[in-house]
Write a protein that binds this ligand. Structure first.
Ligand code: FAD
Length: 530
């Protein structure tokens, strides 16, 4: 049976949180927020949501792959941030695109862009629509909008086993990429939490990061060459392992968030599938001690696949600890040889920093137990976004802020963000919890990932969210971090992005945009412009 995308929430229709899951969440939240108003408010059915009639009709030559069908327009009206989910549940689809185009090759992509340029239409590239920063939200106003879905381009086209690279179309989702590579014995080894729905083109456009903690963490590291259709022609780079020939054309497209061109395909670096695994959990008296151990591991040259440090509350909420100390989840994997020695080395470094934990009988190394644990973790990881929607339905404000910072400023940033966010939550929600985990570790710094859970005031969620977001974003920037390690800029992070980027670079980016998209067709208001 074909799974249909949920129009007004995460994932696939019919796979939302079960009554038992909602019940469990309600009980969990009620323990921490006993006074919260936790009744589930049913979501407005998308069939009943108001939507303005389309303002444009595609030219006859494009009719075969364009639609103004109501469901298609609503499905492409928003991303999946907390505020998107709040609005969607209320039946507020904002400014739905007038037309959704789903071209099947680069020529059809060019035809859509030509139509938009000639007719003064804005075009929003759309992969999986999992943006959490307003990156696929159609700009409101007089100007009609065509959303260009890349889901007509979703194949693994060819695999070069000699160079270990694959040519993959931009609209392929995580499972489609992995299914296409598996039959050749390869993997892209790129697993963001949005894996089920997000696409290669979206990962490239947002410089996404997967769940691996060290080594190649971002899609940047995996891209060998990129092809994009711009409003003024094809932008296709040469396949090379590295090139010193001037600024990299790929680097300019990576993170371009759909403003320079529509990525249609890329050559990506692939790997044999891992066969050996070893994992352990290490507890620390506090988050600072755990962070020092993570730094030592990152400096050691060891490259754990998993090196996720949970603060005491995160550890408690994730069932990894009792809330009295921080917990580091360590895991190694390899396609070539057992990794138990690496795990033992990392554990020794952790013990040097006050960590306590044993390697669980070394059973994990390619054995059944390691496989089952990985599968359980993976299922929970992919299920989490459905539970986030259920929390929203219960009236819970739930949001994440992520950043990266060098180790010398890490401790200061961590305490400044926790303090500022907790103060904002107390002021606007009356209560709330802020937790932190380290998701990625580098020799020179780390990526702290903050999660906020608070009782929301029904109807005022967007204002509450904006106040908390402002406090967290300001604290991150003031403490020397980046406004995003991997969630991208979109519309929601513009204020901080504009402060963060060097002014001459902003002018260079605007000039690049003007050169390839002189009529400002592509994603106006994202990264640049008003
Ligand atoms: C529950 C959840 C979990 C998430 N987990 C992670 C995570 O682990 N790691 C992470 O990095 N992010 C994560 N995200 C954020 C999001 O999934 C990423 O930003 C992802 O890369 C977006 O891919 P997409 O295909 O859904 O792109 P979309 O949301 O469709 O688009 C994102 C941006 O890219 C542009 N774009 C999309 N496709 C193209 C293209 N082919 N050419 C040009 N521009 C394009 C769009 O215009 C938009 O600006 C998560 C989001 C959610 C909701």
């Amino acid at each position: 049976m074909t799974r249909r995308r949920a129009v007004a929430g995460w994932g696939f229709a019919g796979e939302e949180a079960s009554p038992a899951e909602v019940d469990r969440l309600t009980r969990l939240v009620a323990v921490r927020f006993p006074d919260a108003d936790l009744g589930v408010r049913p979501a407005v059915a998308w069939q009943d949501a108001p939507v303005a009639p389309p303002r444009i009709t595609p030219p006859p030559a494009l009719e075969g792959y364009c639609t103004s069908d109501r469901e298609a327009r609503l499905l492409h009206a928003r991303g999946r941030s907390y505020t998107d989910v709040v609005a969607l549940r209320r039946g507020d689809f904002g400014a739905a695109p007038d037309v959704v185009a789903t071209p099947r090759d680069a020529t059809e992509v060019a035809a859509v862009l030509d139509w938009c340029a000639d007719a003064g239409i804005a075009c929003v590239p759309f992969g999986g629509g999992t943006s959490v920063v307003g990156g696929v939200t159609p700009p409101a106003g007089e100007r009609p909008v065509v959303t260009l879905s890349t889901r007509g381009l979703r194949r693994v086209v060819e695999v070069d086993a000699v160079s270990r690279a694959a040519r993959v179309q931009a609209g392929a989702t995580g499972p489609e990429v992995e299914d296409g590579l598996r039959r050749h014995g390869f993997t892209l080894r790129f697993f963001p939490q949005s894996f089920e729905l997000s696409t290669l083109g979206g990962w490239i456009a947002t410089r996404a990061a997967g769940h691996y903690a060290t080594g190649p963490t971002g899609i940047d590291d995996l891209v060998e060459s990129v092809t994009a259709v711009t409003p003024t022609g094809l932008w296709s780079s040469r396949r090379l392992p590295r090139s010193g020939a001037g600024p990299s054309p790929d680097r300019l497209l990576l993170g371009s968030e759909g403003i320079l061109g529509v990525v249609t395909e890329a050559w990506v670096r692939v790997l044999p599938r891992p066969q050996y695994r070893a994992a352990a959990a290490v507890s620390f008296p506090d988050f600072g001690a755990g962070a020092a151990a993570v730094r030592a591991v990152a400096h050691s040259g060891l490259t754990p696949a998993n090196c996720r440090l949970l603060d005491p509350t995160e550890a408690l909420l994730n069932g990894a600890g009792d809330g009295t100390g921080a917990v580091l989840l360590l895991g190694f994997e390899s396609a070539r040889a057992p990794v138990d020695a690496e795990l033992h080395d990392a554990m020794a470094l952790c013990r040097d920093h006050g960590g306590a934990g044993e390697v669980p009988g070394d059973k994990g190394s390619g054995g059944a137990d390691g496989g089952n644990t990985a599968q359980r973790w993976r299922r929970a990881f992919l299920r989490a976004p459905y539970l986030r929607d259920a929390l929203v339905g219960l009236g819970v404000l739930t949001e994440t802020f992520e950043t990266a910072v060098t180790w010398d400023r890490f401790a200061e940033l961590h305490s400044a963000v926790i303090r500022a966010t907790a103060q904002a939550l107390a002021a606007v929600c009356g209560d709330g919890v802020v937790t932190c985990r380290l998701t990625h570790a580098y020799p020179d710094g780390a990526a702290p990932y903050f999660t906020v859970v608070a009782p929301a005031r029904r109807g005022a969620e967007a204002q509450q969210w904006a106040a908390v977001k402002r406090a967290a974003g300001d604290a991150i920037l003031d403490a020397g971090g980046t406004i995003t390690h991997h969630h991208a800029v979109g519309r929601d992070h513009r204020a901080w992005y504009d402060r963060q980027r060097p002014e001459p670079f902003a002018r260079a980016l605007a000039a690049a945009k003007a050169a390839v998209d002189p009529r400002d067709v592509l994603n106006p208001g994202v990264l640049l412009g008003g």
